[in-house]
Design a protein around this ligand. Structure first.
Ligand SMILES: Cc1cc2nc3c(=O)[nH]c(=O)nc-3n(C[C@H](O)[C@H](O)[C@H](O)COP(=O)(O)O)c2cc1C
Length: 259
């Protein structure tokens, strides 16, 4: 994952819902497209595509008007929604770091042409463009988020879980909980009842990918490397009301003379 300014963007990004409807200039759009092509996936074996469309190509319930809409398509395989969140959040942070506004639109749907433009499933739409409202938050107090003890029982959690805490999520539900220790964190997602699951189960899986993207960026910022595993033991120890997603190992980077 490209480090760049993505980590800094975690602490100021916000969803932008009001845009200048003038399209971005071509060279900026080309830069964005080329960044999109470089985004590392969480699961490299899952095929994905990203394409940029206009307002006329998407059906949106809420009246959000924007000059551009990124459609994220994916193969429907185990972990594909988490992979989508992990990749899209890198784009969200990249756009924010460039002063370009964006907003996930979980309730939007592609119209016929946009749907047909890929053989893969359209899993998320992201509106983007030049904001006509502030592009950034100016302080942490502007984030409406749960407190750290509401999302983890790890005492010595440092800045990693703070970066997770600030992650965006559908309806701001923040469905994550982390147990473990500062070296091995186990990620869990809230269980939903049948009615809520119909609307939000998919969204929560995307949210988990977003949170893991923030965690990885924070770890790398501290000079650590990150690896992932599925631990049977962590699955059995899921907190009440949550299901297990993945374990994150925070490793010291090898000294430069060993690389
Ligand atoms: C998976 C996902 C789906 C979302 N869907 C919508 C949506 O349909 N409409 C909308 O206005 N915002 C949507 N959002 C934006 C969230 O409401 C927003 O991220 C959350 O309230 C936190 O606010 P912030 O992004 O400004 O920090 C979505 C966010 C995520 C991560």
């Amino acid at each position: 994952m490209e480090q760049g300014n993505l980590y800094e963007a975690i602490y100021k990004r916000k969803s932008v819902r009001r845009y200048d409807l003038e399209p971005l200039n071509l060279s900026l759009l080309e830069e964005i497209s080329s960044y999109m092509q470089s985004i590392p996936p969480f699961f490299p074996e899952i095929k994905t595509e990203m394409r940029i469309f206009e307002q006329a190509d998407v059906r949106i319930l809420l009246p959000i008007k924007a000059p551009h809409f990124l459609l994220f398509y994916s193969e429907n395989k185990d972990g594909y929604l988490m992979n989508a969140g992990y990749m899209l959040e890198q784009l969200d942070l990249y756009l924010s770091s460039r002063g370009i506004g964006s907003c996930y639109l979980g309730m939007a749907q592609p119209k016929k042409n946009a749907k047909k433009s890929s053989s893969l499933e359209c899993v998320m739409i992201l509106a983007f463009g030049i904001p006509v409202e502030p592009a950034h938050r100016s302080s942490l107090s502007e984030f409406k988020r749960k407190s750290l003890p509401q999302i983890t029982d790890i005492q010595d959690n440092g800045p990693l879980l703070e970066a997770v805490r600030l992650s965006p999520s559908a309806t701001n539900s923040q469905p994550w909980f982390f147990t473990g220790n500062p070296y091995i964190l186990h990620a869990y997602c809230i269980k939903l009842n049948l009615i809520k699951a119909a609307a939000y189960e998919k969204m929560n899986k995307i949210d988990m990918g977003i949170a893991i993207c923030h965690l990885e960026l924070a770890a790398r910022h501290l000079g650590k490397t990150v690896t992932y595993s599925f631990e049977g033991n962590a699955k059995n120890l899921a907190p009440e009301g949550y299901y297990y997603v993945i374990s994150i190992h925070i490793n010291e980077s090898p000294p430069a003379n060993m690389v």
